[in-house]
Ligand binder design. Structure first.
Ligand code: FPP
Ligand code: MG
Length: 346
């Protein structure tokens, strides 16, 4: 099946009415989905596991259309966890083959991808995948990278804790190389080093199959997401389940928005305090050369309040520049990893 199914149930009058009603409220910008229950679905319907996973893919293609139609412009799906490598060889091979075919199909459907302006990203520890899949992934990402209307993030060979570890390692190496300071480490910096750094956090996270855990998926990013655990096996997921999840999001929207705003305010305050402490430490180490006066009142060296604020402001700008350079270098390293995969093999 294609990534662009021909069956468009959302065009029927009933779905036009339902989506119209939902669109009159806040619609999540970004949803994340744990597509769980493919094997149970296969067992229930006396099918091979491979068929269950294929039906799971078909459901994904349908769901992406429904999302786009509702105005959900970013979708992140958990397609293969690093933990899934522990499944039987037969099943891992089957999932790899499905990925091989479906990523290749994306390349064949390039015109549709460009027409709908969909940016496809594959998030995870790509180097754990067979090299031919790595190359196809690089082609898919490269082909769609400038598209801005909608985004599909496929988490493949991914776990959240692995993503956070990679991010911390990059930061530790950055400190060791002297590109950033230990005091530059913040929630914001960690976020900028996650694979999801180009996305806003998911507003709504859906898990099917009745399991009520996150299974190492977007643990950092879902801190303020509305969670929706649905008692349906993924291949049986319907547009009605999606409507119900969006409605659940709308009911919780105000509380979540308030919590997010409070968190952003707290972050800003903490960052200002860190910058202030850094300036005080610096000025204690060396006499304040940003201002000619030195007034050692209360252990601080600032001449006056105005001068103190100017120093903190200057420090904050320098910190931001340091962090931006570091993040930019990291992005270049990650881009060049993908670019190297695009080099034709002799
Ligand atoms: C979880 O169900 C599903 C998976 C591990 C695979 C999900 C993959 C797809 C839906 C195909 C997507 C493919 C691409 C290329 C994007 P499960 O196997 O854990 O089933 P169970 O919970 O019933 O055991
Ligand atoms: Mg499962």
């Amino acid at each position: 099946m294609s990534w662009f199914p021909e069956k468009r149930i959302q065009d029927s009058w009933i779905h036009k009415i339902c989506s119209g009603i939902l669109k009159s409220g806040p619609v999540p910008r970004h949803i994340a989905i744990i597509m769980d229950g493919n094997r149970r679905y296969a067992k229930k319907n006396s099918m091979e596991r491979a068929e269950g996973h294929l039906q799971g893919f078909n459901k994904l293609a349908e769901t992406l259309e429904w999302c786009l139609n509702l105005g959900i412009v970013e979708v992140t799906v958990y397609a293969f966890s690093i933990e899934n490598f522990k499944r039987s060889k037969d099943e891992v091979d089957c999932l790899m083959e499905l990925a091989r075919q479906k990523f290749a199909r994306l390349l064949e459907e390039k015109d549709m991808i460009q027409k709908h302006e969909v940016c496809v990203r594959v998030l995870g520890n790509i180097s754990l995948l067979p090299i031919d899949i790595q190359r196809t992934v690089a082609e898919v990402v490269n082909m769609s990278k400038n598209n801005t209307k909608a985004t599909l993030n496929v988490c493949f060979s991914y776990t959240s804790r692995d993503e956070i570890c990679q991010s911390i390692k990059e930061i530790a190496e950055g400190v060791e190389r002297g590109e950033i300071l230990e005091s530059d480490i913040s929630e914001e910096l960690i976020e900028k080093c996650l694979y999801t750094n180009q996305s806003c956090d998911p507003d709504l996270l859906i898990r099917t199959s009745g399991e009520v855990r996150l299974s190492d998926f977007l643990l950092w990013q879902s801190a303020f997401s509305v969670l929706s655990f649905i008692e349906v096996l993924w291949p049986d997921f319907s547009i009605w389940h999606l409507y119900a999840a969006v409605l659940h999001y709308q009911r919780n929207h105000d509380a979540v928005t308030k919590a997010k705003e409070e968190n952003n305010e707290t972050r800003e305050i903490i960052q200002k305090e860190i910058d202030r402490d850094c300036v005080i430490k610096l000025s204690q180490q060396q006499s304040c050369d940003l201002c000619s006066l030195s007034n050692h009142d209360n252990n601080t060296i600032f001449c006056d309040h105005k001068c103190q604020n100017e120093n903190i402001h200057a420090y904050s700008l320098a910190r931001q520049k340091r962090v931006d350079n570091f993040v930019n270098n990291l992005k270049c390293r990650r881009d060049s990893f993908l670019q190297n995969l695009l080099v034709p093999q002799k």
